[in-house]
Design a protein around this ligand. Structure first.
Ligand code: COA
Ligand code: AMP
Length: 633
């Protein structure tokens, strides 16, 4: 079958298409109906079914002859450790952990926050929650205590599962003190915390609240899989929006199972038993979908990699892992290859390893720049496929359906819409624009299975953020166009979200933090282009009248404040003091013009500007930070 036939078969009968894909899942009660319309543009998938995610990701493979197959390979260059866990072992470990959680009162619907580094226990914790029907929310380790506290107060977990520490190149990240700090700040308190003690740092346990991962499992009964309704939330994953309050994306159970399972063959072109590797982090959506759930649901072997593309120990680490574990499909963010290319431009490390098992490389998470794609393709001799998706969707909106039929690659385009997504390019008024014209990228409702039905605790925000602007459509927040062949081109975000090293961050959130500095009267944060990380945040602060302290001292405090409040992952290091910010006559800060100045792009002074002279002051200020960057060559 060709891609066009598959897409058309979905268009002609979405209900039949998704019920057919649902046959690949083991149901307690199979769905009789695929789509349920709940009114007001709210949709649910497979709501009449009953199912358990952990059963599908683990137990069924033990029943079907894959028990001895390796489910998880842990490869941790930062601790010099490698370990393999079979599906049988995984089942025992997850059932035991789930049993111990249940013995302490965790039940279906309870929230559990997971704050762990790239160790297999992170996946085991996720799966143990899924086994009980508990709703996990994984928080990325690079966030500060305050961000963790915000999530604790929103999700109100019964339990938090954390590791004693994480390991970043050359430094220990003290997870447990960060967790303690978060719980000092949060109003909500969990009933208990489970701490996985790593040998690199053994944490102090708070008596009466903290239990030891191994110890608390002693003498408890393993738990069986608890069937849940198809629309039961499998997890909440917080992602950046336009404000400091993150959005809790809800992932429904059944749609997640059906959609992710479909993607493994049709997009990533792997069969059960193949080794699949997504070099990301469990704290991000790529980690949820493609380190944990999809490969396991599909009966693949997944790799949990604790390291960086460079420096752990060198720029050959990706190729070593691919070669050693016989990876068939590899998925990462373009920034990772930019880092490798910078260290090893001639691909000397690549030549050292046998990549014969590798069929293809997949990129997502940020714009894939043509240079990086070309370099990766040339050095590895493998096809490189860009694909576009979001935390909200959990899987590819537009990609190359390699397992159906590899479509010709147009470098710079993530290719075409996947079945389930009716992508439209709209103008401000919501009218479709012709091919080749820029507009807002929207998806005609309903979104396919696995995508978000709502935001946790915030149905109004869901409606306002995604549905209100273009009635009948989901607003992606990205701008772009479709060409004559139906290929999609992603250009930029239409909101204040920036993408730093494949990590989605909110400039609005950073502005809220800067505004809390006692000497800051007003501020703006923009995203500027960066050759390694794609974008970097740059802050401009105006001081409160009468403040007469050295500007570099204040700038240093601002950097520290963002690191302490949001975390190192914000990569906020560029900040400068200015007298005033450029604004429209109605008082709106002209951030887009500031971005153009910092990136050294030509632009027209907005007609609505209050005082054009301020733009020269901004030009001068970005100059003190070394911007615009000089282009290489
Ligand atoms: N726990 C604690 N701190 C973390 C962390 C974690 N899990 N992950 C990152 N950090 C810290 C880093 O140590 C760094 O701290 P520093 O300011 O003290 O140096 C800071 O957060 C910024 O991290 P990052 O932007 O990732 O920069 P980096 O220099 O550490 O690494 C890359 C750059 C490109 C190598 C890395 O970002 C990468 O591999 N990215 C691609 C893969 C990926 O994760 N994609 C996600 C979506 S698919
Ligand atoms: P996240 O939710 O963190 O995965 O971030 C999603 C956002 O990252 C999207 O809305 C895009 O802005 C950007 N993004 C993800 N993949 C791509 C891609 N292949 N090309 C361009 N931008 C991308």
């Amino acid at each position: 079958m060709a891609y066009a036939d598959v897409y058309t078969s979905w268009q002609n009968d979405p209900e039949a298409f998704w019920l057919k894909q649902a046959e690949a899942i083991d149901w307690v009660e199979p769905p009789k109906q695929a789509l349920f319309e709940r009114g007001d543009h709210i949709y649910e998938w497979f709501a009449d079914a009953r199912v358990n995610t952990c059963w599908n990701a683990v137990d069924r493979h033990c029943e079907n002859g894959r028990g001895h197959q390796t489910a998880i390979i842990w490869d941790s260059p930062v601790t010099h450790t490698k370990r393999e866990i079979s599906y049988f072992e995984l089942r025992n470990r997850v059932a035991n952990l789930a049993g111990a959680l249940r013995a302490k009162g965790v039940e279906k619907g309870d929230r559990v926050i997971i704050y762990m580094p790239m160790i297999p226990e992170a996946l085991e914790a996720m799966l143990a929650c899924a086994r009980l029907g508990a709703i996990h929310s994984v928080v990325f380790g690079g966030f500060a205590a305050h961000e963790l506290a915000v999530r604790v107060d929103d999700a109100k977990p019964k339990c938090i599962i954390a590791a004693s520490c994480g390991i970043e190149s050359g430094r220990i990240v003290h997870y447990k003190p960060l967790l303690d700090g978060a719980l000092e700040q949060s109003t909500h308190q969990p009933d208990f915390c489970v701490i996985f003690q790593r040998e690199q740092e053994v944490a102090h346990l708070e008596e009466g609240r903290d239990v030891n991962w191994h110890g608390f499992q002693f003498g408890t009964e393993p738990a069986d899989c608890v069937p849940v309704e198809g629309n039961h939330p499998a997890y909440i994953l917080y992602t950046s929006g336009t404000t400091g309050q993150p959005k809790g994306v809800v992932r429904p159970t059944a749609g997640h199972l059906v959609a992710l399972n479909w993607t493994m063959k049709n997009i990533y072109n792997v069969d059960p038993g193949d080794v699949f590797w997504a070099a990301s982090d469990v704290g991000w959506v790529v980690g949820h979908s493609y380190i944990c759930y999809a490969p396991l649901i599909h009966g693949n072997t997944t790799i949990v990699f604790e390291g960086k593309p460079v420096g752990t120990p060198d720029a050959g680490t990706f190729w070593r892992v691919i070669s050693e574990h016989k990876v068939k499909s590899f998925f990462t963010a373009p920034t990772a290859f930019r880092a490798v290319k910078r260290e090893d431009p001639k691909g000397e490390f690549i030549e050292k390893y046998d990549l014969s098992n590798l069929n293809a490389i997949y990129l997502a998470g940020e714009r894939a720049d043509p240079d990086t794609i070309e370099w990766t393709k040339k050095m590895t001799g493998k096809p490189v496929y860009d694909h576009w998706w979001q935390t909200e969707t959990g899987w590819t909106i537009a990609g190359n359906p390699v397992g159906i039929e590899p479509l010709p690659v147009k470098i710079g385009s993530p290719t075409v819409a996947m079945p389930g997504y009716d992508i439209r390019i709209l103008d401000e008024e919501g009218h479709e624009v012709p091919a080749g014209t820029l507009g807002a990228i929207a998806v005609k409702l309903p979104l396919p299975p696995g995508t978000l039905p709502t935001l946790w605790n915030a149905p109004e925000r869901f409606e306002k953020s995604y549905l209100a602007h273009f009635p009948g459509y989901y607003e992606t927040g990205d701008a772009g166009m479709k060409d004559e062949d139906g290929y999609l081109w992603i250009m930029a975000r239409t909101d204040d979200v920036i993408n730093v090293a494949g990590h989605r961050l909110s400039t609005g959130g950073m502005e809220e933090v800067l505004a809390s500095h006692p000497d800051v009267a007003e501020c703006a944060v923009i995203g500027v282009a960066d050759e390694l990380k794609g974008q970097l945040p740059m802050g401009f602060v105006c001081l409160t009248k009468g403040v007469n302290r050295p500007h570099d001292e204040i700038a240093t405090e601002c950097v520290k404040l963002v690191r302490d409040q949001i975390g190192p992952v914000a990569a906020f290091k560029l900040v400068t003091v200015v007298d005033r910010l450029p604004k429209t006559r109605s008082g709106k800060i002209l951030r887009a013009s500031m971005v153009k100045i910092a990136d050294g792009q030509e632009f027209k002074t907005p007609a609505t500007i209050d005082d054009p002279a301020i733009l020269d002051e901004i030009r001068e200020a970005v100059g003190t930070l070394g911007y615009p960057l000089k282009k290489a060559g």
